[in-house]
Design a binder for this molecule. Sequence first.
Ligand SMILES: *Cc1c(COP(=O)(O)O)cnc(C)c1O
Length: 230
Amino acid sequence: MNTAIAQRLALLHQRIAAAEAEAGRPPGSVQLLAVSKTQNAARVREALAAGQRVFAENYVQEALDKMAALHEAGVLSWHFIGPIQSNKTRPLAEHFDWIHSIDRLKIAQRLNDQRPTERPPLNVLIEVNVSGEDSKAGAAPADVPALAAAIAALPRLCLRGLMCIPAPASGLDQQRLPFRQLRELRDALLASGHATCTELSMGMSADFPAAILEGATLIRVGTDVFGPRQ
Ligand SMILES: *Cc1c(COP(=O)(O)O)cnc(C)c1O
């Protein structure tokens, strides 16, 4: 397997393993989500052929088209990581395995109501605005405990953890700060009894080593898998 995507994936797995080792975490404790937004089905197939089985998408219609084209191609799970409009929740509830970008209860309630009964509960993460930027999506850190409690009461959802997209920062130490804040929020949820809330979705191409050092369990990487987006 010698395609460009296979080579990038091999290098990425080496870098993930190095960060796991540096963090003193067991090999395989970080799951790589390949962010396939703007990549066509053929490129996703190339990643599949190189062993990547889990993909993340940002745009509902693009994702649905790709899922249809890749039906039975061997994708293990689809994660949704983009902004959610309340009138677009139904296809998310019907077609995805994980939703990372829940930042208000209304969205969670709609996903709960629309999750098909023949499918397992939908895995969800609360997106947190750790950088406190006005323009950014995500719940304020102070609002997370109440939102988590409300989501935990919804039977068709399973609250699995927290997600963040911090403002870009340079240097490992600066990059680690918001990731540490997200980990502390997650730890507080676990301590207050949210036993399924184990996941931390944090880290992209530019900052995943810092995220792994702070405990990321799911990293969302696009550019370093597929190359620069068009
Ligand atoms: C596009 C995107 C990514 C991947 O970004 P890269 O820098 O290409 O790795 C990760 N998370 C979210 C929410 C994204 O929108």
